[in-house]
Design a protein around this ligand. Structure first.
Ligand code: FE2
Length: 418
């Protein structure tokens, strides 16, 4: 690999070494816990180009620390295997060539045990680095260590989304994470209430201090028109009404690109919904394939595994629209919205664009977010698969509008007369 400079965020958090060492151990252990129910075969499979094998996620998150921190700031560091810099670099042009993403599932070697050994090697080196780096080196590298932990948490959610997609391709519909997440709400969903926002100038974006990605900054002012936003997410029961009313059959509800996908892909329900009569899931009524295996559809549960196009079509059908990411953030700050996190990432009507004055981080970390700011939509909130403590009100998730394999749902909004 080239010796790229990899200085990161202008993060002014005092980097307490002991606290970061503890967080490092906790986050790294959680990745292994997510992989624990999976066999070596499970961990090698890649079900589509957009998804990655569990084993690759475990190795790539280790590569991140090795390439961004150890190779930059610890001259004596001995890489576990230099060939891994090619295998497990994701998309960092400044850090050298890489194995093609659609072919990650062909990497039967290194095997799962070797990837575990790679993690152990990186953990030991990082532990030593955090404990013994001199003050100037630590000052330069600490924000990259913190970035590496938030990066690994993002991959923890991807581990679950990607293995769910892989298992959905298996007619046995295996449960892979029996205790990963409870999809149901307690009891019935409360009747939807509309929360009124008078509009005006809203302050949007992260204020600094704690960690935030570069794409959440700088904080800036946005002018909002008066609007209302739903206090909760759209439920599976409500989505059934959309299906029963011919929502997937009426082009008038759909954006042009979305309608083309409905036709080409034969969409008739959210991803992972299983219609009555499907031989994989006998019995009456709709089923849903989840990390816990197939389950009866629960009317009160927030609907997930939607594309942006489906979310937008539903909003059209419901006489509403999707909120902009700015409306979502401003209304969330006022209180009253429930299910902000812990259920579904919420599609917004906002393109993933740089905030005014946005500057990518310096060095290789500058490739983290900025170069993806075209052709994608912003999702806000957090899902049942998002690691605890990872999401925050200014967090900007983003995916292409056709993506359905994420834990993505929606919350409605609508205009108020000025
Ligand atoms: Fe990554």
């Amino acid at each position: 690999m080239r010796n790229a400079t990899a200085s990161a965020a202008p993060d002014r958090t005092p980097h307490k070494r002991a606290a970061i060492a503890g967080e490092f151990a906790r986050v790294r252990a959680h990745s292994l816990a997510l992989a624990a129910p999976l066999s070596a075969e499970d961990q090698c499979v890649q079900s589509m180009p957009d998804a990655s094998p569990t084993k690759w996620h475990l190795a790539h998150t280790s590569w991140f620390f090795e390439a961004m921190v150890l190779c930059q700031y610890l001259p004596a560091h001995q890489p576990f295997d230099r060939r891994f810099f090619n295998l497990f670099n994701s998309y960092y042009e400044s850090l050298g060539p890489r194995h093609p993403r659609p072919q990650r599932g062909l990497l039967t070697r290194p095997d799962a045990a070797t990837v575990r050994a790679y993690r152990t090697h990186v953990d030991a080196a990082m532990g030593s680095f955090i404990a013994t780096a001199d003050a100037a080196t630590w000052q330069a590298a600490a924000s990259l260590v913190v970035l590496g932990l938030h990066h690994e948490q993002q991959h923890q959610e991807l581990i679950l989304a990607d293995i769910l997609h892989a298992m959905s391709c298996n007619p046995l519909l295996p449960a892979v994470a029996p205790a990963a997440a409870a999809l149901s709400l307690a009891g019935a969903a409360p009747p939807q209430r509309w929360l009124r926002h008078e509009g005006g100038i809203a302050e949007i974006g992260h204020t600094g201090g704690d960690f935030a990605f570069d794409n959440e900054q700088p904080r800036h002012r946005v002018l909002l028109r008066p609007f209302e936003i739903a206090h909760r997410l759209v439920t599976c029961g409500e989505w059934l009404a959309f299906i029963d009313d011919g929502g997937y059959l009426d082009p008038a509800l759909w954006l042009s690109d979305g309608w083309a996908l409905v036709q080409a892909q034969g969409w008739r329900a959210p991803a992972y919904w299983i219609a009555q009569g499907d031989p994989r899931a006998p019995g009456p009524g709709w089923k849903v394939f989840t990390l816990e295996g197939q389950r009866p559809l629960e009317d009160a549960a927030p609907v997930i595994h939607l594309s942006f196009y489906e979310a937008a079509a539903y909003a059209q059908w419901a006489g509403a629209r999707l909120p902009t990411e700015f409306e979502w953030e401003a209304a969330g700050a006022l209180g009253g919205m429930i299910q902000l996190t812990g259920h579904a990432w919420q599609w917004t009507r906002s393109s993933y664009d740089p905030y005014p004055g946005y500057r990518p981080w310096a060095g290789a970390a500058g490739e983290y977010n900025g170069k993806f700011m075209v052709g994608q939509m912003v999702l806000r909130g957090g899902s049942l698969a998002t690691p605890a403590g990872h999401a925050r009100p200014t967090y900007r998730n983003f995916f292409p509008p056709a993506a359905r394999w994420q834990f993505s749902g929606l919350r409605l909004a609508r205009d108020l007369a000025c």
